[in-house]
Ligand binder design. Structure first.
Ligand SMILES: NC(=O)c1ccc[n+]([C@@H]2O[C@H](COP(=O)([O-])OP(=O)(O)OC[C@H]3O[C@@H](n4cnc5c(N)ncnc54)[C@H](O)[C@@H]3O)[C@@H](O)[C@H]2O)c1
Length: 354
C-alpha cells in the first residue's frame, strides 16, 4: 500500500483537525510542517512529533517531495500557497475554505492545478458529515419532493462561516448551479475577519438551476448554525450537524435521524487517498469551493450594482473591496477591528497595512 507524504502549510487551529483526519487513514504520513511563526511551528511539531519544520513554505515544498500539500493559512494565502504547491506537482492539494478571496484567485488556482495535473480539493469537510449526506440522499430519493426553498443563517462574514452554508445548500440538493443572485450588505463599521474586509450584516437570495431558491442571512437573526431548513413540494427537512428532522406525509410527524458516528475529517482524508488512486471523485473537488465563493461575490456584486446578478460573476476582484475603496460604504464608526484578532500570535501575524 502506498504511503502519501503530507506537508502542512500553516500550523494553527484547523491544521489540528487535518492531523486528526490523516491519523485516521494509514495511507498518509504527515512528514513536514511550515509556519513563519516559530512558536506555532514548534508547538505543533512537538505535539505531533514531526521533525521536518520550515519557516518558509516554499523551502518545504522544494525540499520534501510531497505527495499531498495541505494549505491551512488564512484566506488571503489560500491562492498563493495553493499555486506555489501546485507548481511543485504533488499528487493533490487540500486547501482550507473559503477557496479564495475573489474569482480571479479561484480561477488561477484551478488553472495551475489543471496544468500541473494536481488534484485540488477545498476543505468543506461537512460534505463528509453523515447527517448532511443522509439529507442529500433523502432529497435525491424524493423524501420531500422537489426542493423549493432552503433557509440558512450564519455569522462572521460571508467568506468565513457562510461559505460553509452555501456549500451546504448546494450539497444537500445534489450540487445545483446558481443561476441568479440578489443580495445586499450593511457595513457601518470597519469590520474584518482573518484580515479580510467583511460586512456587518448581509442577506442573499440565490436561484438555482433545479428551480429552488436559497436564502442566506448573515448576522440578521439570532439562530446561527451549520445546516438549514429545506422546504420541498411534499415535505420539510431540518438539518444541523447532529441530526436530520424529516416531516412528510409518510412520517406524519417529525422523524429524527441522528448522526451515525462517522468522522467528517477522516472521511475527507480517506476520500482524498481514494481520489489519488483513481477510485472516486473527491466530493470537495475544487469546483464546489469555487461555486460557494462565486455566490458570495455575486451577493457583493448585487449590492454594488443594485441589480440581480446573472451567473457567472464576471468581476474578478472582490466587489466589497471595490465598494469600500470607491467610498460607497463609508463607515459611521471608524476604527478597524478584526473579529478573529484573538488568533494573532505576535508581530509576524500583524494584518497587512495595519
Ligand atoms: N473547515 C473548517 O471548518 C474551518 C474551521 C476553522 C478555520 N478554517 C479555515 O482555516 C484557515 C486557517 O484558520 P485557523 O483558524 O486555523 O487560523 P490560525 O491563525 O489558527 O492558523 C493559521 C496559521 O497560518 C500561519 N501562517 C501565516 N502565514 C503563513 C505562511 N506564509 N506560511 C505558512 N504558515 C503561515 C500562522 O502563523 C498560523 O499559525 C482559514 O482560512 C479558515 O477559514 C476552516
Amino acid at each position: 500500500m502506498s504511503t502519501y507524504r503530507v506537508g502542512i502549510i500553516g500550523c494553527g487551529s484547523i491544521a489540528q483537525l487535518h492531523m486528526h483526519g490523516y491519523a485516521g487513514d494509514d495511507r498518509f504520513e504527515v512528514v513536514a510542517l511550515s509556519d513563519p511563526v516559530a512558536e506555532a511551528l514548534n508547538v505543533f511539531g512537538d505535539r505531533y512529533e514531526i521533525a521536518n519544520r520550515y519557516t518558509d513554505a516554499r523551502e518545504m515544498l522544494d525540499q520534501e517531495a510531497l505527495d499531498v500539500v495541505n494549505v491551512c493559512t488564512w484566506h488571503k494565502l489560500h491562492a498563493p500557497m495553493t499555486i506555489a504547491a501546485c507548481a511543485r506537482k504533488p499528487k493533490a492539494v487540500l486547501c482550507e475554505k473559503p477557496m479564495a478571496t475573489n474569482m480571479g484567485e479561484c480561477d488561477e488556482m484551478m488553472t495551475v492545478a489543471h496544468r500541473n495535473k494536481v488534484k485540488l480539493a477545498i476543505a468543506h469537510q461537512r460534505r463528509f458529515n453523515p447527517v448532511w449526506t443522509d439529507a442529500r440522499n433523502l432529497i435525491a430519493a424524493g423524501a420531500i419532493g422537489a426542493p423549493k426553498h432552503v433557509m440558512t443563517s450564519g455569522s462572521q462574514g460571508l467568506l468565513n462561516d457562510c461559505s460553509h452554508l452555501l456549500d451546504f445548500t448546494r450539497y444537500v440538493m445534489g450540487d445545483p448551479n446558481a443561476v441568479w443572485v440578489l443580495g445586499n450588505i450593511e457595513r457601518k463599521t470597519d469590520r474584518y475577519e482573518r484580515d479580510m474586509r467583511i460586512e456587518d450584516r448581509s442577506a442573499g437570495i440565490v436561484g438555482y438551476d433545479n428551480g429552488a431558491v436559497g436564502v442566506l442571512l448573515q448576522e440578521m437573526v439570532p439562530q446561527r448554525r451549520q445546516g438549514g431548513t429545506v422546504y420541498g413540494e411534499d415535505g420539510i427537512m431540518d438539518i444541523d450537524e447532529q441530526r436530520v428532522r424529516l416531516l412528510n406525509s409518510r412520517t406524519g410527524t417529525w422523524e429524527e435521524r441522528p448522526h451515525t458516528g462517522e468522522d467528517a475529517s477522516i472521511g475527507q482524508a480517506r476520500e482524498l487517498a481514494d481520489w489519488i488512486e483513481g477510485r472516486v471523485e473527491h466530493r470537495g473537488e475544487a469546483s464546489h469551493g469555487r461555486a460557494a465563493v462565486e455566490i458570495i461575490m455575486a451577493i457583493y456584486e448585487s449590492a454594488r450594482m443594485h441589480e440581480v446578478v446573472q451567473m457567472p460573476v464576471r468581476t474578478r476582484i472582490s466587489p466589497i473591496d471595490v465598494m469600500v475603496e470607491m467610498g460607497d460604504l463609508p463607515v459611521e464608526r471608524p476604527g478597524r477591528y478584526d473579529i478573529r484578532a484573538f488568533l494573532l500570535r505576535g508581530e509576524q501575524m500583524r494584518p497587512e497595512g495595519s
